[in-house]
Design a binder for this molecule. Sequence first.
Ligand SMILES: Cc1cc2nc3c(=O)[nH]c(=O)nc-3n(C[C@H](O)[C@H](O)[C@H](O)COP(=O)(O)O)c2cc1C
Length: 205
Amino acid sequence: MELKDVIEKRRTVRDFQHREVPDSVIGYAIENAFKAPSYNHLREWDFIVVKNPESKLSLIDYENLHKTASGDELENIFKNEDEIMKEMYLDAVPKQKKMILNAPAVIVVVFKPKTKVPDAKKIYDLNCLASVWACIENFLLSLAEYDVYGVTYIPQNSKTIKEKLGIPEELEIATIIPIGYRDDKAKLLKQKEINIRERIHQDSW
Ligand SMILES: Cc1cc2nc3c(=O)[nH]c(=O)nc-3n(C[C@H](O)[C@H](O)[C@H](O)COP(=O)(O)O)c2cc1C
C-alpha cells in the first residue's frame, strides 16, 4: 500500500471482531516497529503478546476496570469540553474493559527508561518515551496495512502489571494495545478539523 493510504487508514478502534490476528501480521508489525528512530541507537523495546483470556482478565483486575462511570457521570465530567473530544471520551471510557477482553491479542509495549519519570527535568530526559512512541506508530501503521487496528491504552497501575508479567524492574510499560479486526458496528469518531496552513510557521512563529 501507499504510505499515504496507510496513514489515512490508521484509526483508533475499540470494538473488535471475534477473529484471530495471524502471528505473521503481528510479527510484521513488530519488525517494522523496530525500524523507528531511537534516541540512543539501541532500540531498547520489547513486546509481550498476550492472548490468554485469563491474562487479559488479570490486566482488567490490576487496572480496576470493572467499574466505569455511567453515561450521566461522563456527560457531567466532560460538559465544558470540546464537543468532538467529549464524543470521543463518551464512546471510549465505557469500552476500556471490553476492548481488552474482546481483542484477540493485547500487546504490552515495554521500553528502557533513560531517567525515571519523576526525575525528568527537561524534554531531553524523555527521549526514551519519544522513541518508543515512534516505534508504536510504526507498529500501528503496519497493522492497518492488514486491516488490523489497535487502541493505545495507558495503564495506571503499571507496577503491578510489571510484577505479574515478570517485566524486569528497570523497564517500563509505554502502553498496552488491544488489537484486532474492526467490528462492523464500531463507531468511527469524528476528527477535529485542523487548518494545516495555520499550523505551519515559516522561519519563526
Ligand atoms: C498517548 C496516548 C494515550 C492514549 N490513551 C488512551 C487510553 O488510555 N484509552 C483509550 O481508549 N484510548 C487512548 N488513546 C487513543 C486516543 O483516544 C486516540 O488516539 C484519539 O482519540 C485520536 O483518534 P485516532 O487515533 O482514531 O486518530 C491514547 C492515545 C495516545 C496517543
